[in-house]
Design a protein around this ligand. Structure first.
Ligand code: ADP
Ligand code: MG
Length: 252
């Protein structure tokens, strides 16, 4: 089966010559939850941002290698970057609702995309809220301000906002940072639901979160991909000593 995303010999260097990624190669199948973990500054966010070309916003960076999405090179000339970012959608760490109601948050992108049909908009609102495990909590106050929601609800609203645009891949950079344990667990459970329909690539809050949600964990260290495996294999029989040292907390 063809991978959903194929990363091939990827190098990325920031303008100050920081080599943030060195020769990363990995295939990500459809409906996988791949978790990119490792210490801070190991290149996790850089890699995530490359997958929908948010890296374009970084000036004077150098890039080598290839990223294929559905077999298409995302850096090929003529690629519609806005369309790519809708299909490979980033959910940011801090919940960032837009001003306006819960419903406005979910229909904003759809209206931008030219969808005006009220019934279709309402269907998408309900569908995306259900998928993000938020519907039951907000269905009676869709016209209330999104800022009145709790942190955990705001984060699920941001996930729902991505889902309303019917992406294929969801990128999440530490989506539960700043959330209490109960909200964290609700967001984690919703990820397990979402993988039925989407491919998910995320940076976790901790190694423990990687173990809870990942189909496979990819260990990054100093811009290198050290190893990729199931959480069970990473915990019980890591192939690289550095993976073992990191997982057992010998360095952070
Ligand atoms: P992580 O998400 O694993 O913490 P990052 O991808 O943010 O790691 O960073 C990887 C490396 O790239 C680090 O050395 C970091 O300092 C550097 N870096 C990240 N963003 C920038 C930037 N905008 N300009 C220059 N260097 C950066
Ligand atoms: Mg980061």
């Amino acid at each position: 089966m063809r991978p959903k995303i194929s990363i091939q010999n990827l190098y990325f260097t920031y303008s100050d010559e920081t080599e943030a990624l060195k020769n990363i190669t990995i295939d990500i199948p459809e409906n996988e939850v791949l978790v990119l973990f490792g210490p801070s500054r190991s290149g996790k966010s850089t890699l995530l941002r490359l997958l929908n070309r948010l890296s374009d916003l970084t000036e004077n960076a150098k890039f080598q290698g290839a990223i294929l999405f559905n077999d298409q090179d995302i850096f090929a000339p003529g690629v519609d970057v806005a369309n790519l970012r809708r299909r490979v959608s980033m959910v940011f760490a801090l919940p960032s609702p837009l001003p306006g109601s819960i419903q406005d948050n979910l229909t904003y992108g759809l209206k931008m995309a030219g969808i005006r049909d009220r019934a279709l908009l309402e269907e998408r609102v309900e569908d995306s809220l259900r998928q993000a495990a938020l519907w039951d909590e907000v269905k009676d106050r869709l016209h209330h301000s999104a800022f009145a929601l709790s942190g955990g609800q705001q984060q699920r609203l941001c996930i729902a906002r991505s889902l309303a645009l019917e992406p294929e891949v969801i990128l999440l950079d530490n989506p539960t940072s700043g959330l209490d344990p109960i909200s964290t667990s609700i967001v984690e459970d919703s990820l397990v639901e979402l993988k039925q329909r989407y491919t998910i690539i995320m940076v976790p809050h901790s190694v423990q979160q990687m173990a809870r949600v990942a189909d496979r964990g990819a260990f990054l260290l100093d811009g290198e991909l050290i190893e990729v495996d199931t959480p069970a294999a990473l915990f019980t029989q890591p192939r690289d000593q550095r993976t073992e040292d990191y997982i057992t907390g010998r360095f952070g």
